[in-house]
Design a protein around this ligand. Structure first.
Ligand code: ADP
Length: 628
């Protein structure tokens, strides 16, 4: 059968991505949405949309029955799960098929086989796929686990068997810290996955994350679409991905892609999947130093880089295979052309511990130079309920260097306001000399985080740019609102007039054009100027006019909840002495953890945060008073 109508059980950019291909293939699309997503882009783009419940995902996108009922009501023949939410939920896959609908994904049995890390690894060992050395046993007695870690040799990694998304992992460097790490890993695993069992692995030094895109069909064929490198990670979450992997030689490629096909065959795989490997890159990539980590039984966030180098549309492959067709191409018909890079643009503020940033996208300009996969447009809102990813920027080139140049260019021209983004951070990472040299591993970002996080204070040239824009606006009255349609003022010539402007409480008299011009764009409206430069956004005001968005801990020591969320840890007690930068409270919001730190040395004068409590945006959590 050919699928003629499709419900997409997801939201945001992946829902829009699936809709795009469905539309091209003439497939009718049905979106689902929560309260918060009533006006979302995926709803606007679908042929039809069905409301499925409240804003929290557990009231809508995670409720399988509501989604199946929506598909029935809208007369959709098939369900595409996207990624996240119910995409790797075997019970949901079964429920979809039991309702007489087509499931665009692998069989429930394949999802289950790969669902738990320990069982999956045992299966892979039996299938002859190389697996990281470690302990996968049933015996969870702490003494036994410790003995196993001792015999593997430190450092080791403790991993929750039910873990995912980078959670439930602890690196242990010495035997002495094993028990503490084990306890903390088990606590996190129980809280996050409802299962505190762990496995132990040899910790791979200089690890690189290499993964292979695979596809199987219902006729027993399996192919791979080469590898991706996802070593650039922050807190075990992918940030920049590329295909192919830098420094990959033919022998290693054959070994890792061959192992991926073996893994897929071992679980009778149908549809799109990704087999993740960890490589020990301490002596470059080598065929005998790549081990199976896990298999993700869905389409991945980073699938576009594979599409760009193979010229294939992976969502089209998924739909054709789900409709019963054989794989569109044989292995020998697939090849790599050029290089592709993807950067994940997040609504977060790198200068403030990468705290998510929510609100309306008053200004949202990502440029047209590269492929942009997004689920939002200017004027849409970033809500606190879901993942903070706002777009994926995908650049390609004939060579790796060309792809990097295009990605850096694009990132440096990102203009988003007032929602904060990581564009400046991503640009620095992609432009780093070691990254350009292909010298990557998973410690790349953590080891140079200070250099990659841009200074939130405007550079010299941006002050000049802002001053010039302000002066120009005085003489060019009647401009449109810069927040809606940024006309822009580019600094290109020297001027010789001074103007007083403020940013984040600091005021300066600046000569417009007094400094060498800096790449950027600025627009003035009334008493404020908005400047964009190298992916960063800066708001200036006239002195004394107030305003000027700065954000961050209040100068008076009051720490407010920056968004709705849940308090997961309180590290201090009332009356405690604290040092500047000390972690006080940890919040969980938008699927991430965020720590609030003391703004200066002092004493905890007020403590309103309680572990486990839900908090609203702007609620007082802690107040620190300046100490001697
Ligand atoms: P999750 O399912 O939570 O994503 P993974 O098992 O896929 O967890 O691992 C996530 C990341 O953790 C990997 O990309 C890699 O950076 C790191 N990692 C995993 N296993 C090891 C290991 N044995 N040694 C070193 N780093 C590891």
């Amino acid at each position: 059968m050919t699928i003629k109508s499709l419900l997409i059980a997801n939201r945001g950019e992946i829902a829009c991505r699936v809709i795009r291909t469905a539309r091209r293939l003439g497939v009718r699309t049905v979106a689902v949405y929560s309260d918060a997503d009533r006006h979302a882009l995926h709803v606007r783009e679908a042929d039809e949309a069905v409301h499925i419940g409240g804003s929290p995902a557990r009231e809508s996108y995670l409720v399988g029955e509501k989604i199946v009922a929506a598909a029935k009501a809208a007369g959709a023949e098939a369900i595409h799960p996207g990624y996240g939410f119910l995409s790797e939920n075997a019970d949901f896959a079964e429920a979809v098929e039991a309702a007489g609908l087509v499931w665009v994904g692998p069989r429930a049995s394949s999802i289950r086989a790969m669902g738990l890390k320990d069982a999956a690894k045992k299966l892979m060992m039996a299938a002859g796929v190389p697996v990281t050395p470690g302990y996968l046993g049933e015996d969870q007695d702490p003494a036994r686990l410790r003995a196993e870690a001792d015999s593997i040799g430190y450092p080791v990694l403790i991993k929750a068997v039910a873990g995912g998304g980078g959670k439930g992992m602890r690196r242990v460097n010495h035997a002495a810290e094993f028990q503490d790490m084990l306890a903390s890993c088990k606590r996190e695993a129980a809280a996050s996955f409802g299962d505190d069992r762990v496995l132990i692995e040899k910790y791979i030094e200089r690890p690189r994350h290499i993964e292979v895109q695979v596809f199987g069909d219902s006729h027993g064929n399996v192919v791979h679409l080469f590898e991706r490198d996802c070593s650039l990670q922050r807190r075990h979450q992918k940030v920049i991905e590329e295909a192919p992997a830098p420094g990959m030689d033919e022998a290693t490629r054959a070994a890792v892609c061959g192992a991926a096909v073996k893994a897929a065959r071992a679980v009778d795989y149908v549809g799109a999947g990704t087999v993740e490997f960890i490589a020990d890159a301490s002596a470059g990539l080598r065929p005998d130093r790549v081990w199976f980590m896990e298999m993700n039984t869905r389409l991945q966030v980073e699938h576009p880089v594979t599409e760009e180098i193979t010229g294939q549309d992976l969502v089209e492959w998924q739909l054709r295979i789900a409709g019963g067709e054989a794989l569109p191409l044989r292995q020998e018909e697939l090849s790599i052309r050029g290089w592709a890079m993807e950067a994940r643009l997040y609504a977060e503020d790198p200068a403030h511990e990468f705290l998510p940033s929510t609100g309306r996208l008053d200004h949202f300009e990502l440029g047209r130079a590269v492929r942009v996969d997004t689920g939002v447009e200017e004027g849409d809102r970033i809500s606190p309920y879901y993942d903070p990813m706002i777009a994926k920027l995908i650049a390609r080139g004939a060579t790796r260097e060309e792809a990097i140049d295009r990605l850096v260019d694009t990132l440096e021209q990102v203009e988003v306001w007032p929602v904060r983004t990581n564009a400046g951070f991503l640009a620095r990472a992609a432009d780093d000399a070691d990254f350009r040299a292909g010298d990557v591993d998973t410690a790349f970002i953590p080891s140079r985080i200070d250099r990659l996080v841009p200074d939130p204070a405007p550079p010299e040239g941006v002050w000049n740019l802002a001053a010039a824009a302000l002066l120009a606006s005085d003489f060019g009255a009647g401009q449109e609102s810069p927040w809606d349609a940024l006309q822009g003022f580019r600094l290109n010539g020297p001027a010789d007039r001074g103007v007083a402007i403020s940013h984040g409480g600091a005021t300066r008299v600046v000569e417009a054009g007094g400094d060498p011009p800096l790449e950027g764009i600025a627009t003035a409206q009334g008493e404020s100027v908005l400047a964009f430069s190298r992916g960063q956004a800066f708001a200036f005001t006239l002195p004394g006019s107030g305003g000027g968005a700065s954000g961050g801990a209040a100068a008076d020591g009051t720490l407010l909840s920056p968004m709705p969320g849940r308090v997961i840890a309180v590290e201090v007690r009332q009356g405690d002495k604290v040092a500047k930068g000390q972690k006080l409270v940890t919040l969980e919001a938008m699927k991430m953890e965020h720590s609030l730190a003391a703004p200066f040395d002092g004493i905890v004068a007020e403590l309103a945060a309680e572990a486990g409590a839900q908090v609203q945006e702007g609620m007082l959590l802690v107040r620190v008073e300046k100490g001697e």
